[in-house]
Design a protein around this ligand. Structure first.
Ligand code: PHE
Length: 473
């Protein structure tokens, strides 16, 4: 579309709280309740938490502000997609290619994320029908999970016995599609407004039960709530010398906050000129950390430790919660109801995230190819369905999924986060960034954060990355 032609009315957020909930909705998802405990378990529990908080402060929050600021700036100039926004900031022909990475990464993540989302729906329905109430036998839940996800051979999920999974996947796709089709305000915002509070209530109920479990099996005194909390919170300074732990922790911060993908750039581009980006960014990130550390961390990890013992590291990045939590529901009055509620909540949390993964591509199709929203949504639905189909077909247990998650969910995000830090700190410039960020802001970003974005964040990312490569070649 030429710049002189009249702009069509832009899709915009309905209210400030709506946009915060939508960004928090994107951030809070399977990453908080499944990936975080899974990563913490694989990386030594307490050993993970120090690099995790360092990454939150050095990478997560500063980059989140940078993305909100750049996004609203791009939106004001009429751009919504990452290629557009990046080109507005960096007038160089490479900018749009970097932007293309920001469209591609979330789309690829969507393709495996939606599979796990469908598992959540399947678990919720299995609780409704009672087929997941198997008493206090952790092995029975492991077996159920193995059958459910078609562990074993290629294409196992497509075998006749697993057809119901395809229905679940189809239904999940459909819901995502409807929300995307309706647009940011009517679809995404409305859905997040009701899903987020419901999630908090449900998670709090389950949290209380986990924290009052004590030592369910007296013959295993180590497997107690205290033991589980200790596993997560006792720092292990020795493990800090392992770059893998640092890489995983930073990757988790990006994945969890939805930072580093260009998603916030896109969401923030629908803001009005003087909407507060500083407070909104901080609120959405804090909400995410509350869900991750206080709910995801205190529910899934202690529960896993209590029922599965020190074997917690062996369940894959996303598998831990599915294996551990059914044991909690079996030990809970009204367990069937809470089991349903929990997995349904996970499903909602996942949907509010997965729609955000599609939104950047929609914006790109609209802006770059001049397609209308409904045509963009339809094409995208098709591409995503084919991609997810491949993943379902080729996944052999959880290995393919975890490998994918490592390369895209940690590796590529790393690269893009670095590009964005440089773009903000060196190309947009921290003085301009500071001025832009504070337009309409109710609180100020401390000055040192701007310096951190320029020097510390890119250097920190580079050092970990090099150390990791060094160790693995
Ligand atoms: N932040 C989401 C979660 O924690 C996942 C996500 C990844 C969302 C990438 C958007 C983009 O589950």
């Amino acid at each position: 579309m030429s710049e002189a032609s009249p702009q069509p009315p832009r899709d915009q957020w309905g209210s400030r709280i709506g946009v915060i909930l939508a960004v928090a909705g994107s951030a809070v998802g399977l990453g908080n309740f499944l990936r975080f405990p899974g990563q913490a378990a694989q990386n030594g529990g307490g050993a993970f938490m120090i690099p995790y908080f360092v990454a939150l402060l050095v990478l997560g929050i500063p980059l989140c502000w940078a993305e909100w600021t750049m996004g609203r700036y791009g939106g004001r100039l009429g751009f919504n997609s990452a290629p557009g926004v990046y080109s507005a900031i960096w007038r160089n022909r490479f900018a749009k290619y970097f932007g293309a990475i920001a469209v591609l990464i979330p789309l690829v993540i969507y393709m495996y994320y939606v599979v796990i989302e469908a598992w959540c729906l399947g678990y919720a329905l299995s609780y409704l029908s009672g087929s997941l109430m198997k008493g206090s036998d952790p092995a029975a839940y492991e077996e159920f999970f193995g059958n459910f996800v078609g562990a074993g051979e290629h294409g196992a999920l497509l075998q006749p016995g697993n057809r119901s999974f395809l229905w679940l996947l189809g239904a999940t796709f459909l819901l995502n599609f409807v929300l995307i089709y309706r647009g940011v305000n009517k679809g995404i915002e409305t859905f997040c407004r009701f899903a987020m509070p419901l999630m908090v209530i449900c998670a709090l109920c389950v949290l209380v039960r986990v924290l009052t479990l004590g030592t369910p099996d007296p013959s295993k005194p180590d497997q107690s709530v205290i033991g589980g909390l200790g596993f997560m919170w006792n720092p292990d300074f020795q493990a800090l010398s392992n770059p893998q732990t640092w890489l995983a922790a930073s990757g988790q911060i990006f994945f969890s906050l939805s930072v580093g993908f260009g998603i916030i750039v896109n969401y923030a581009s629908y803001l009005r000129e003087d909407d507060d980006v500083v407070l909104s960014g901080l609120s959405a990130s804090s909400m995410n950390e509350f869900f991750e550390v206080c709910l995801g961390g205190l529910i899934t990890l202690p529960a896993a430790f209590i029922f599965l013992g020190t074997a917690v590291a062996g369940f894959g990045t996303f598998g831990l919660g599915f294996n551990a939590l059914p044991n909690v529901f079996a030990a809970m009055p009204g367990g069937q109801f809470f089991g349903f509620l929990w997995f349904f909540m996970l499903f909602l949390a996942a949907v509010t995230s997965s729609v955000s993964m599609l939104q950047p591509a929609i914006a790109f199709f609209e802006e770059g190819l001049g397609l209308k929203r409904h045509a963009s949504a339809s094409i995208l639905g098709l591409i995503a369905a084919i991609g997810a189909g491949f993943i379902v077909y080729f996944s052999k247990g959880l290995v393919a999924l975890d490998t994918f998650d490592f390369w895209v969910g940690t590796g590529l995000i790393y690269l893009l986060a670095m590009i964005q830090a440089v773009m903000y700190g060196w190309i947009f410039g921290i003085d301009r960034g500071e001025e832009e960020a504070h337009r309409g802001a109710h609180i100020r970003i401390p000055r040192f954060v701007q310096f951190m974005l320029k020097y510390v964040t890119p250097l920190y990312l580079a050092v970990i990355f090099v150390a990791f490569c060094w160790q693995n070649v």
